[in-house]
Design a protein around this ligand. Structure first.
Ligand code: GDP
Length: 385
């Protein structure tokens, strides 16, 4: 009955809206710098993780969610691309592709996008540029698009992006896309935040292969040359073949995707570099047009093939283990630095040590040792010991 359907739809809309508001509030909480709110965020993350672990079938070792990182220089078409990819993925479910070939594929029902906004630390908050640019995706009932401020201290990637992505997963988003600008060293950190890292490149580029920008190429799992349409198509092809040549010189960690690409080497999406079995292959270089949709299905196939392979091989689980450790130490360094800067006594001591350092009265390593002792003293004082 049509009226009953309308009521159901309305209830679903309302539920979805409330869930999104709750997720937004939770992300704002983990991004907060206030000590009280930070404590609340710690408790929230802890509780959510514990209840998710309780819900999880212990015999099921698979990673049911996936994080995709997308980086690229300004103007390369990241927003257009994320929107095109996002809408393509969300459209798959409608087509009932979930049971393709009798086996279940990775067709996320819901999709979250975190846009790390480089200009936000000037204004102290996130500008809405990306959100308004990804209009169709933002208004899609099964998508959540969130511009997040990037932290000044950590470069392009927000310190709490990792937590924000975890929150999206805990809220039931099977796929989280983290999008950030730039191809500099600081964005290399995005690789520590995602399962698969896609680097988006412009036709006719190639600067990324030089100097400081090389780092981001080395951590990318897939290279995508965008704007392969119209007059730019032939330039894009040339650019892709230049990258393919360069990729052949790179070596990825053992256990990476090598054998999967070996098996699918007939596929046009492969970089074309054959590998001896067990040897890591080079990252594939793909051509897409975010504007026309060209290459988007092939790219998604590549993403799913990576996910399936790394999940089965155990590489993904190991990668996530390493990432968790990476972030633990990162948070510790951040907190240590904050304590040093915020504690009056430690700050005073640091000023004196700096003065002694300037006058050549103390060596840098001894200065660090002294400063460390005063941090320990001040922590002991807080703990009442
Ligand atoms: P971002 O700064 O990397 O997020 O780039 P945008 O998504 O804002 O795109 C920058 C410009 O490139 C816009 O004018 C887009 O219309 C254009 N653009 C994005 N993708 C494509 C594409 O696939 N083909 C062409 N021809 N233009 C594109």
């Amino acid at each position: 009955d049509i009226r009953a359907n309308d009521v159901h739809n309305e209830i679903d809309d309302e539920k979805r809206m409330r869930q999104r508001i709750a997720l937004s509030k939770a992300i704002t909480l983990v991004e907060s710098k206030s000590p009280t709110r930070r404590l609340m965020a710690d408790v929230l993350l802890d509780r959510l993780r514990k209840s998710a672990n309780l819900d999880k079938d212990k015999s099921d070792n698979s990673c049911d969610s996936f994080r995709l990182g997308i980086a690229g220089p300004p103007g390369v078409g990241k927003s257009t691309f994320v929107e095109a990819l996002g809408l393509y993925i969300l459209g798959l479910q409608k087509e009932g592709a979930n049971e393709a070939n009798g086996k279940s594929e990775f067709i996320p029902e819901k999709l979250a996008v975190l846009c790390i906004d480089p200009s936000s630390h000037v204004t102290g908050g996130s500008i809405l540029g990306d959100k308004t640019r990804m209009l169709n995706l933002s208004y899609h009932p099964r998508a959540y698009v969130r511009p997040s401020p990037s932290s000044g201290t950590l470069g392009g990637l927000g310190a709490y992006t990792f937590d924000a992505a975890s929150l999206c997963e805990l809220a039931g988003y099977a796929l989280t896309i983290v999008e950030t600008v730039g191809v500099g060293q600081s964005e290399v950190e995005l690789a520590e935040c995602c399962d698969l890292f896609v680097l988006l490149l412009a036709p006719g580029g190639g600067d990324e292969l030089q100097g400081s920008k090389k780092g981001i190429i080395e951590v990318a799992d897939v290279l995508v040359v965008n704007k392969a349409d119209g007059d730019l198509k032939s330039v894009a092809r040339r650019t892709a073949s230049e990258y393919k040549k360069a990729m052949g010189l790179l070596r990825k960690p053992v256990g990476w995707w090598g054998s999967a690409q070996d098996k699918s080497s007939k596929c046009e999406t492969s970089s074309g570099h054959s590998t001896r079995s067990g040897q890591p292959a080079a990252p594939p270089v793909l051509l897409v047009s975010a504007k026309t949709g060209f290459g988007i299905p092939e790219l998604f196939k590549t993403i799913v093939s990576y996910k399936n392979y790394t999940q089965t091989s155990g590489y993904l689980e190991e990668k996530r283990r390493k990432q968790n450790r990476y972030w633990m130490w990162k948070y510790l360094r951040e907190r240590l630095l904050e304590t040093t800067q915020q504690d009056g006594r430690v700050r005073k001591k640091a000023e004196k040590i700096e003065h002694d350092l300037d006058s050549g009265l103390i060596a840098p390593r001894n200065a660090a040792g002294e400063l460390w002792s005063s941090i320990v003293d001040s922590t002991d004082k807080y703990n009442g010991s």
